[in-house]
Design a protein. Structure first.
Length: 377
């Protein structure tokens, strides 16, 4: 979404123009008071009074016009800048060529700021250059005149850049809030599935094994679907966790012991890694344990060993089951059951690591290796 057209960007711009209305009133009062105090500097007092009247009248019109975003088009901006440049241009005729002060003074800030708000850095630069040029043509240039012109030329782009940054940040904040809300809703729906569908699938799996025959096959299929759904739920949980900072991988892996016949071993010291890396490694390890529960038995023991090295971490997940029959993984992939590929190998590969599987009569062991500091691709 463009930061020029997003709702947040438009709201920021509206607030800036409301602030500009207050600024116009302040600089108008300043300009009127200064011109009254310096009335003796006018060589044409009637023309000077007319210029002050123009400032008062145009301030009222501009405040009304900028109040509605539908009127903030190029014609209004051009007219605003033309009035400011015109008042600077007629100053030599009204006050004499040698007078060092202009009729509008700081009042021209209204047009400068309007261009910077509407057209950002480029708009501020264009307005600043035109106003500075009109201001310098009316007198011999000294250090003070140069300083005023420099402030106009540099101030407009700076203000335009700040306006641009505010609008971009507001847009990015809105996008982040929407994504967080969507992630929270996905996680809520995942928990609804967890509280209903998963329990039903677990019941079908258990009863199917008890009944045998065709019901056993139905139970096996229900078990596979339950495992896939659990993998998806873990992925949704990761969406709602904070994206930055670090987490202790050992402490997070230890949580996998709860409610399972699982033993987790690791270093005594914390193994701190980026939070995203920890979440994905824990999810991959959980998928390995799901496979143990599904294919070896709900009460089958499993062991998780964490080793930390200066350049990498290794997580080994082992069971003492009968192992995976030859060709079983290829058969599952051909049938579209991609749990091993996506839930385990895919996650580890996204972290820049490797997932190696060893299986035989001794059981099955996964070795997950991830470089330290790895993040999701």
């Amino acid at each position: 979404m463009s930061s020029w057209t997003s709702a947040a960007s438009i709201a920021i711009k509206d607030r800036m123009f409301r602030a500009l209305a207050v600024l116009r009133a302040i600089v108008l009062v300043n300009a009127v008071v200064l011109n009254i105090v310096r009335a003796d500097e006018f060589t044409r007092p009637a023309a000077g009074a007319a210029c002050v009247g123009v400032m008062v009248g145009w301030s009222a019109i501009a405040t009304w016009a900028y109040g509605d975003r539908s009127r903030r088009g190029l014609p209004l901006l051009v007219a605003d800048l033309a009035v400011a440049v015109g008042l600077l241009a007629v100053t030599p005729l009204v006050k004499g060529a040698d007078d060092s002060s202009s009729v509008p003074g700081f009042w021209v800030m209204g047009a400068l700021f309007a261009w910077a708000i509407q057209y950002r850095l480029l708009g501020g630069l264009v307005a600043g250059v035109l106003l500075a040029g009109a201001d310098l043509q009316r007198q011999s240039i000294d250090a003070s005149d140069y300083g005023n012109a420099f402030l106009l030329v540099i101030g407009g782009p700076v203000l335009g850049y700040l306006c641009d940054s505010l609008q971009q940040m507001a847009t990015e904040r809105d996008v982040a809030e929407r994504e967080a809300a969507m992630a929270a809703e996905r996680a809520r729906l995942a928990r609804v599935v967890h509280d209903g569908v998963l329990q039903v699938l677990a019941l079908v799996q258990r009863r199917g094994k008890e009944l045998g025959g065709e019901a056993a096959e139905l139970g096996r299929l229900a078990g596979e679907q339950e495992r896939e759904l659990r993998t998806l739920i873990r992925a949704q949980d990761a969406l709602t966790a904070p994206g930055g900072g670090t987490m202790d991988l050992g402490a997070e892996l230890a949580r996998l012991e709860h409610g399972r016949n699982v033993t987790v071993s690791g270093p005594a010291d914390p193994v701190d890694l980026p939070a995203a890396t920890v979440r994905e490694l824990v999810a991959a390890t959980g998928a390995c344990l799901d496979n143990v529960r599904e294919h070896v038995g709900a009460d089958a023991p499993a062991w998780v060993l964490l080793q930390a090295f200066p350049d990498r971490v290794e997580v080994a997940v082992r069971d003492d089951g009968p192992g995976i029959p030859d060709g079983r993984l290829a058969e599952a992939a051909a049938e579209g059951r991609l749990g091993v590929t996506e839930a385990i190998r895919g996650r580890v590969a996204d972290l820049g690591g490797t997932a190696e599987l060893t299986s035989g009569s001794f059981g099955t062991e996964w070795e997950l290796v991830v470089p330290r500091g790895g993040t999701q691709a």
